[in-house]
Design a binder for this molecule. Structure first.
Ligand code: DBV
Length: 252
């Protein structure tokens, strides 16, 4: 059953990251660890629970998950890793979404510098074979916002599986491969000290973050469940919080 379709993804990711990296907790602001609402009317009324988890490591500023559980037809895991600003690492981004209309899956290592050939060689080439293999079972999901394209790598997995079993098996396998490749990048990453490059990294991180916060596709859903005030604070104070933490995180 789809009741907790994405819990195994989350449990696995946290366990693997804890095993491979030196994880510490990342503070979650009051009111965001767990939030529930009753949604719908009468017999169709159901509880919708949103829980958050967050960690950090010496090279990763924030590893965070938002997990929405509202029954078989509403399951979401949004899992993103934001590197510290003195690494040129991509973001790890997974948006695993199950709505009444079906499953919608986005998995990528999202580039800071999409169009630098050297960057692609470093961070896309190593996953390319795996991407091609997974894409045979997880075909391109179509219809994708044009303006979002600069934020994705050529190895972006974007797919809308019909069957829940495909999510449990194929999507899980892809998530696993991308996470393992990402952790390897992290383990091999060297800090950047060149000031111009640090400025480019900070600029690219902010650009990505502002885009994600502004266009968050969950805004409508979260606002319906928990109201606009809670939702805006959740987005800017937790999900995409770099701007607020910039003074202490910046290397400039
Ligand atoms: N998406 C988020 C966060 C979510 C979340 C923080 C807390 O960035 C969920 C939850 N994504 C979510 C939901 C939907 C989508 C859709 C609930 C369905 C919205 C709806 O249909 O009502 C990738 N996610 C989408 C879409 C895209 C992405 C392109 C389709 C919506 C559209 O067409 O605009 N999210 C988007 C993205 C990444 C990502 C750029 C990177 C991996 O995480």
């Amino acid at each position: 059953m789809a009741m907790t379709l994405y819990q195994p993804f989350l449990d696995y990711a946290i366990a693997y990251l804890k095993d491979q990296l030196d994880l510490e907790p990342y503070p979650i602001p009051d009111g965001f660890k767990s939030k529930s609402a009753l949604v719908g009317k009468g017999k169709r009324q159901a509880e919708t629970l949103t829980t958050s988890e967050a960690f950090q490591s010496p090279k990763l500023r924030q590893i965070r998950a938002a997990h929405v559980q509202g029954g078989d037809a509403l399951q979401v895991l949004n899992f993103v890793i934001f590197p510290r600003l003195n690494y040129d690492l991509p973001f790890f981004g997974a948006d695993l979404v199950t709505l009444p209309g079906g499953h919608l899956i986005a998995i990528d290592m999202q580039p800071l510098f999409r169009d630098e050939p050297g960057y692609q060689e470093k961070y896309t080439q190593p996953i390319w074979e795996k991407f091609k293999a997974h894409q045979e079972h997880l075909p391109w999901g179509g219809d994708f916002p044009e303006e979002a394209q600069p934020f994705f790598s050529p190895a972006f997995l974007w797919t809308r599986p019909q069957e829940t079993e495909v999510v449990e098996k194929r999507v899980f396998a892809a998530f696993d491969d991308y996470l393992k490749a990402y952790v390897k990048f992290v383990q091999e990453a060297e800090p950047i000290s060149d000031r111009d490059r640090l400025a480019e990294i900070q600029h690219a991180q902010l650009n990505y973050l502002r885009y994600r916060a502004e266009k968050d596709p969950a805004r409508g859903m979260l606002t319906r469940f928990y109201g606009p005030e809670w939702t805006e604070e959740y987005i800017h104070g937790f999900l995409f919080d770099l701007e607020r933490n910039l003074p202490k995180e910046s290397f400039l």
